[in-house]
Write a protein that binds this ligand. Structure first.
Ligand SMILES: C[S@@+](CC[C@H](N)C(=O)[O-])C[C@H]1O[C@@H](n2cnc3c(N)ncnc32)[C@H](O)[C@@H]1O
Length: 289
């Protein structure tokens, strides 16, 4: 299956992710890393994880490798990272196929690597890295993919893994609608469709399977909830979520299109006119030896 993530959507979700993430786990991840860590970020999109983590790791020099199969997203990473550096008043420049961000007490080097995670994980060369990160990736993978990946981690000496913003299936609208359950059931079934990573996607089962697989392999796992709390100020994200639920539910059951469209219309009204809020549950997790 071809799965495209829209850069506009990734940009819209970035502040939600930033507000949601369990900062204590990011700090704890930073403390495990050496003074000048090499970090690999899987399913990197346009590099959001670098932007959110670089200042939380307490490490002045950092080398990041962004792994992403969508070349269009990867091509946007330098621009997004450059704008982030500009907003903070830092210097940035392209240097030998990498991007450098510098300020008084920090130097962050970011390299982009086009790579399909469906390939053998041994080709990632994980043993060269001090830490592994991934944001909003593990609900897309299958159980066999995860097992192979975790086996590779164990074989590479158990590098620490910071896996954030994995959906756990909790969706709560502050003003309920009678068809919320109907549409969300279709949506969550749709999430289980294969995404090209070894079979049916884990979807909302991902947090539990991730914890169990890492623990069985010998990792110690700490976890924390990292929920999106979408209120009237995040109306664009709320409307995008409704559109996403609507699209997926209809794809899952085209015969229910009229009912799903009607639900989405009511939900848009509740969000835009009545200030309805939306909570989307996620789990952040830090795995270490
Ligand atoms: C939900 S997005 C998250 C992107 C980014 N981590 C962020 O938080 O903004 C999932 C990302 O995983 C990438 N992805 C999905 N399947 C992949 C694969 N087989 N190999 C590499 N990247 C993949 C997608 O292209 C997308 O950028």
């Amino acid at each position: 299956m071809n799965l495209d993530f829209d850069s506009d959507w990734l940009r819209l979700r970035e502040p939600l992710d930033d507000a949601a993430r369990a900062v204590g786990l990011a700090w704890a991840f930073g403390r495990i890393l050496p003074a000048h860590p090499m970090i690999i970020d899987l399913g990197a999109g346009t590099g959001s994880n670098v932007r959110q983590l670089a200042m939380k790791l307490g490490r002045g020099e950092q080398d990041w490798t962004l792994i992403e199969k969508d070349r269009k997203l990867l091509a946007k990473a330098p621009g997004e990272i450059g704008r982030w550096a500009d907003r903070n008043g830092w210097e940035h420049k392209e240097q030998r196929r990498a991007y450098m961000i510098t300020c008084d007490d920090m130097a962050v080097r970011v390299e982009m690597r086009s790579f399909d995670l469906a390939q053998d994980p041994a080709e990632l060369g994980l043993n060269q890295y001090d830490g592994i990160t991934a944001k909003a990736l593990f609900d897309l993978v299958s159980q066999p993919w995860l097992e192979r990946f975790v086996k590779e981690l164990a074989g590479c000496g158990y590098p620490p893994l910071l896996a954030t913003l994995t959906v756990d299936g909790r969706v709560e609208f502050s003003i309920p609608d009678e068809d919320d359950g109907f549409v969300l059931d279709l949506f969550h079934t749709h999430m289980g469709r294969a995404k090209g990573l070894g079979g049916p996607a884990l979807g909302m089962a991902a947090p539990g399977v991730l914890v169990a697989t890492l623990t069985a392999a010998g990792y110690k796992v700490e976890k924390a909830q990292a929920d999106w709390k979408i209120g009237p100020k995040q109306i664009a994200a709320h409307l995008a979520m409704i559109a996403g639920y609507e699209r997926a539910a209809i794809e899952q059951d085209p015969g229910s299109a009229a009912r799903v469209h009607a639900w989405a219309g009511r939900r848009r009204h509740l969000a835009s006119e009545q200030g309805a809020r939306l909570l989307v549950g996620h789990l952040d997790l830090l795995a270490r030896r």
